[in-house]
Design a protein around this ligand. Sequence first.
Ligand code: GAL
Length: 989
Amino acid sequence: MSFRTTGSVGVGYVEDVSPGSGALPPRAWYASSDAASLSLNGSWRFRLSPTADAEDDAFAGPGYDCADWAEVTVPGHWVLQQDGRFGTPVYTNHRYPFPVDPPRVPTENPTGDHLRFFDLPDDWPTLLAKGADADAGGSDSAVLRFDGVESCARVWLNGTELGDFKGSRLPHEFAVGHLLRPAGNVLAVRVHQWSAGSYLEDQDQWWLPGIFRDVTLLHRPAGGVRDFFVHASYDHRAGTGTLRVDSEVEGRVLVPALDIDVETGQVITVPVRPWTAETPYLYDAVLATPGERVPLRIGFRTVVLEDGLIKVNGRPVLFKGVNRHEWHSEHGRALDAGTMREDVLLMKRHNVNAVRTSHYPPHPAFLDLCDEYGLWVIDECDLETHGFTEQDWRDNPVDDDRWTPALLDRAARMVERDKNHPSVVIWSLGNEAGTGRGLTAMAGWIRGRDGSRLIHYEGDWNCRDTDVYSRMYADHAEVDRIGRGLDGGPAKRRELPFIQCEYAHAMGNGPGGLADYQRIFEAHDRIQGGFVWEWIDHGIRDERYGFAYGGDFGEELHDGNFVCDGLLFPDRTPSPGLLEYKKVVEPVRMEGDGVDGVVRITNGYDFADLSGLALRWSYDVDGEAVGTGTLTVPALAPGESADVKLPEPPVEAGSAARGTEDRWTVRAVLAGDTAWAPRGHVVAWIQLPISPRQLFGVTARSRPVADGRGGIALGPAVFDARTGEPVSIGGIDVTGLRLDVWRAPTDNDEGAPWQPDTRLGPLWRRLGLHRMRHRVDAVEPGEDALTVRTRVAPAATDLALRTVHRWTSDGPRLKLSVSVTPEGDWQRVPLPRLGIRFGLAAGDRARVRWYGGGPGEAYPDTGSAAMLGRWESTVDDLQTPYVRPQENGARADVRRAEISRGPGLPVLHVESGRPFWFTARRWTTEQLDAAGHLTDLTPGDTVWVNLDHAQQGIGSQSCGPGPLPQYHLPVRQTEFSFVFWVPEQGDGS
Ligand code: GAL
């Protein structure tokens, strides 16, 4: 075939509903042991045009002079390279960022022409030079593979057009052996940002054009392997595995560890160790055809729907999953191997056992890692047409036969590529694509091709095409009803297991309510777990914003920071949400009674025993471990429980060494190094109190007296006689101490725009809680107390909180008792927080030590991971860097906090008889509230401290339900108190 110029027209393929032309049929993705391959990743020459047809295709021809072209890195997205020189990213959740007129796309269609010049390595099989290889059964002697190009590409090699394709996150291969030359090869790829395929790729993420996955030239030797399908099942009754490898090119299958050496297509049954996500046992094997050897890693496992349950190897599984988009804050969806591994390791270390590859098949190397380390995978097809919801799903491609070939092509490319991964247990047809015949066709095709896995699609509430009833963001009550089988629905659905393919929206601070969901999941067999939305924030690293989100690139239509809703921050630091999830889904459950000294241990794994774990105890006196040791782990099968006796406490009852609070902390840790974490890594833990906390008081012995300088002295403090506010405590200046009810609303407080009118952020602002006024009604020095009466209220309403601050002192210590009485009709709206706040002059050397929950933040419904102990941090490190600033950083269950403003300076101590919430930051709540990005926050010279009696829960209303009622902070008459003192320097008490 010779080079042909199509001129400035010839771009019809862009808006063609067909999947493309010229590509080879899809097949398994594998690496050969002996066939050569050449990575074409690296620096490519690049030219960007504003429209699909602005330039003709002369660039693909021989001898084209591209000297003045730019360069881009492949894999990569051109909009993320060279500081916006090639355009910028666009973020929309479900709305198409172009007029909806399928399959037409805008004339403005950024088009990137790419050129890559390459020579074949000296050792590249000479056979190629001879051209097509007839012995290989008519196939070509080399294949060019694209693992991912967004959204549509047309390809030429050495001037000959190979074809065009769509299906951004799916592989496409072309036969090229007959076109290759030993040197001076020219690969030309024209990539269009928008195409008919864009209508099928409306996932909630950045639109990022480019060749974003590998490009590889693969030698295909004569008699080489082409496609093959490893069928490896496990019979849990017999303990045997049955293997059959179907191969397009016949050969032999060798599994040395099992003494297997059989022909392809032959069935063999032998005793094996099964594969599960908990015990990911893989057998190294080889598929040998006359011309090639391909290494295989075989996992024996059987997935069935039986008794209305998803069972693997005969046992039901409970998914403790996450939804994973591919994301890197600098490279977008172009992920390197290290990043993929990091994701898998982070998942394993946080007790995650399952991944839904939302909403497209991931880079295939990720699935290799899932096989190796052990994760259950729902592999989802690259399909979403959510934007059609804006027009009541009219013209939805999944219900239009013209698009069905494209849908089937996508299904086939996913299944064929990924069919040999034991980790993949469920195929998902796609996400949020409405309903229609196209989906049914996909399901039918998949079932025909691979009967060994189940089919998922959330949009199919009738479960017409699916094997599992799946929903997203169903609230706790509904999930419980479903668990009890009280949800009704069509007959088929009632017979099926249930999962939440998305729940617990991890946007900003949160998600709240995870532990409550988990209890429901574990209470009902029918509920087989869920997948938190989502794994990582898709923030883009940016000098101006720190991490950019929707709108930061001036998009005319965007969905703001809704793209930052992950359990990891964009730089892959775990957020408090991930630590919470780790605790909530820990696979060993412990409960017990510290006084009796008994811990009941339950093996919460579905398959593994506890032999990989060790139990370590510590005996803590007021948060300090005074004794440690180990316990024998009982040999428990999955689901079994046993009681383990703790040793005698190392501190005798009644002895002076006992504290006001003694407790056991028991940790289940890895007994030895594993592939994913070292020995000693904590998998699960519990704390069991022994002695109840003793309350202490401050006996009012001091009398407030005028200090002669317009102030009132009481114990260690001096007050402003007009405002009644303390101006110093123990010589430390204090400013602005007052009742505080405001927090910078979290994304979950604000709620998604489509949520009902119960969203708290907007309600709070409507009530005016962010602009409360503080009227001083009385400052009353008394016999043994200073009483300050205030009325705290927003403008324009008669709502108020009448507040009485009663200050007393026993000499060195100062006690504040606050009583709050609501006035007016608060319309049952809970308060954001209830406590006091004040400022201390301090800079970046301010530190805090506390005895309470830690080390990280916690809120009423996100506090499972807070462990009682003694913790220490700089004030700066107390902040949780949510990409969009919002309330964060509270430490829960605090008994005592010590705030140090810098080395050598007096330290303010705060204590309370009732555990409180502690927060400190170097900006005000108002500044936090006003900030759009972390870079908007400039630390000042005041550390603002909040001591809260109570906090409103967090919930998940940025997409799902709000906090459960028990985590609400109702407006009602309330009393609370704090004790302050400043020890003499050197007095560590
Ligand atoms: C779901 C959707 C996800 C994401 C999420 C909200 O509806 O499937 O892709 O948009 O909501 O973050």
